[in-house]
Design a protein around this ligand. Structure first.
Ligand code: PRX
Length: 599
């Protein structure tokens, strides 16, 4: 059955057929607000805006994100599962209907209110992938509070930084959780002075009612931290209603959703994918969203496939690192499950290499399911590029721009030339970012025919297993070590994780014990950033190449670590004698692998 209201036939074919797409895309650029006007009616309004854009998106409109994702479905389909949760062990399963979700959200919203949280306050959420995590986000949206989700793998220091920078009033957490058979403590990581709402021991009656706080087009929904090229993570602020319009519409058209779809995305609410395409888009449309808080390889490497079979998942959305790591296991883990319910497969977070694409298409999708290789960012809120949803796809190409989004490639960089509803409102403490005429994505790209190929980041961001980390964030963490005089971190390719961090270290004394130094480096990056962050390669060098003004020539160091025969920027080095030392240490770096952390 198709999704409401009216334009579904057009929605489906416009992202399937090249000719229909081209025509629709051209029309959408000629008049973007006309395109968006068609989808304004998908939202249930308290007061409908006259048009999708005048001065700003949805100007004059009044609605509420939680109402659209929960209450209206609790009225029309109360018993339909909104969330199906699978836990760490086989058989651990919870099903939360739309009505049960409404109650859960009401309860958390009431708790927040009892702590004095009001519209516009920031509330931290530091939770594993449990239904209550989604309900907490929605509870914030219900009362107009701004949620700040911090990935449960981030350290206490990283958490403290985010909470204090955004002036959070309270934090929702649990004592601990289990993943991959291990217990992980959470609450003990909260080391700042803040109201802690611990969902393990909340006592409040089940039938609490909290009034909906109606949101205007200017009101905010959430802040989410991500990495840029500076040493500190940056807080990306998204508005409530325009963001909801963008993620709901991209989801509907790009994935070609149907009302009876069972949708499973393996991301975590700690990342933008978990915000836009686990929580908001599927619930907005009243679908069932399947979540998983365990490890894909625990107890066996068939957890995703077992869940797909059991829940009859029709749309599955995951990351290339997960695909590559599961590809390493015997095909029998996939083949012992009936995956015939699948209709569409998705990939997000990093470039998907041809071998992973082929395995995903053939072994998982049985050559029946298109692969939606979606390119987007925390800043864009929702998908910007995706291939058309058919079986003539070209592996490795991120495809076409979404309707109403005008893109270009300028000096090799993908830029967005117009305003679209998903673009973040601001970056905390850096408003220059989105006030420019163009939005510079920081990703290199080229056209291949009429499709776009993404080449990866052009700045100092490292994409490790689809997680964005800044080289400068690593450097800040390593610089804290007394024995380290200087450090430079660069990205190198990694077969499994896509990229990994390579650290050049200049120690204070030359006879330092490398084993002790490496331990200190790993401890410091883990404590400062979290368990997902650690350089895999460490090269101990006597000095680093510098410019006349004393700046480290990072591009040269990146080229050398990447084995480029004729590295760039040699001419700007004032101490060329160090280059041979750098090269020989790169030929023999200290390798410190770990168990891959899946996204
Ligand atoms: O470099 C691009 C890469 O991930 C970056 C955005 O990271 P983040 O804000 O954490 O959001 C990830 C989930 C949307 C981009 O600048 N990236 C994301 N998707 C793709 C990708 N690179 C290649 N292909 C993709 N499909």
């Amino acid at each position: 059955m198709a999704i409401k209201p009216g334009h579904h036939e057009y929605d489906y074919s416009s992202w399937e057929d090249e000719k229909i797409y081209e025509k629709a895309y051209k029309a959408s650029l000629k008049n973007p607000s006309e395109f968006w006007n068609k989808y304004v009616d998908d939202i249930s309004w308290k007061r409908k805006p006259q048009t999708s854009y005048s001065n700003k998106w949805l100007d004059g409109g009044v609605s509420n994100v939680c109402y659209n994702c929960v209450d209206r479905h609790a009225l029309s389909t109360p018993d339909k599962p909104a969330i199906i949760w699978h836990g760490d062990e086989y058989g651990e399963r919870r099903e939360i209907s739309y009505e049960a979700l409404r109650k859960m959200v009401q309860k958390i919203a009431a708790i927040l209110k009892s702590y004095g949280v009001k519209k516009g306050d920031v509330v931290g959420i530091y939770l594993p992938m449990i239904p209550e995590a989604i309900a907490s986000m929605l509870a914030c949206a219900r009362i107009g509070a701004i949620h700040l989700v911090v990935f449960a793998g981030f350290s206490s220091e990283a958490l403290k930084y985010r909470l204090t920078k955004s002036n959070a009033k309270a934090i929702i957490t649990v004592n601990s959780f289990k993943r991959g058979g291990k217990r992980i403590d959470l609450q003990q990581n909260i080391i700042c002075n803040i109201n802690i709402i611990n969902l393990d021991d909340v006592t409040i009656s089940d039938n609490m009612n909290t009034d909906i706080e109606w949101q205007n087009s200017d009101d905010d929904l959430f802040v989410l931290y991500t990495s840029g090229s500076s040493g500190k993570p940056k807080g990306v602020l998204h508005s409530a209603l325009p963001y909801m319009l963008y993620v709901a519409t991209t989801f509907k058209i790009i994935f070609g959703i149907r009302i009876d779809d069972v949708y499973f995305c393996t991301s975590d609410i700690g990342w933008i994918t978990g915000h836009s395409y686990i929580t908001y888009a599927p619930l907005f449309h009243g679908l069932t969203t399947v979540i998983f808080s365990g490890s894909p390889t625990y107890p066996n490497a068939d957890r995703y496939w077992q869940i797909i079979e059991q829940e009859k998942v029709s749309i599955f959305y995951t990351a290339p690192t997960a695909i590559r790591s599961l590809q390493m296991f015997n095909k029998k883990f996939v083949k012992k499950h009936d995956l015939s319910s699948l209709r569409v497969l998705g990939s997000v977070g990093e470039p998907i290499n041809k071998s992973a694409w082929k395995w995903y298409f053939e072994t998982v999708g049985n050559k029946r399911c298109p692969i939606m290789d979606t390119w987007w960012q925390t800043e864009t809120g929702g998908i910007i590029l995706a291939p058309l949803r058919n079986l003539n796809q070209n592996p490795g190409l991120a495809g076409k721009p979404f309707f109403g989004v005008e893109i270009d490639i300028i000096d090799g960089e993908l830029v967005i030339k117009n305003k679209f509803p998903g673009l973040c409102k601001s970056i905390i403490s850096d408003n220059s970012y989105t006030s420019n005429a163009f939005y510079n994505t920081g990703d290199g790209a080229v056209y291949e025919g009429s499709d776009i190929k993404i080449k990866g980041r052009m700045d100092d961001v490292i994409n490790i297993s689809g997680h964005r980390l800044g080289t400068a964030e690593f450097e800040c963490a390593i610089n804290k070590i007394d024995e380290v005089k200087e450090v430079a971190v660069v990205a190198v390719p990694d077969e499994l994780k896509g990229q990994t961090a390579f650290a050049y270290i200049v120690p204070i004394v030359s006879n330092i014990d490398p084993e002790i130094l490496v331990k200190k480096i790993i401890n410091s990056t883990r404590a400062t950033i979290g368990s997902i962050a650690k350089p895999d390669y460490i090269a101990i060098v006597p000095d680093l190449p510098k410019t006349r003004s004393g700046k480290i020539v990072r591009k040269l160091l990146r080229d050398i670590a990447n084995g480029i025969e004729t590295p760039s920027e040699l001419h700007s080095v004032v101490n060329p004698e160090v280059i041979e030392d750098v090269k020989s240490s790169v030929n023999n770096p200290i390798f410190c692998p770990d168990m891959c952390k899946l996204p």
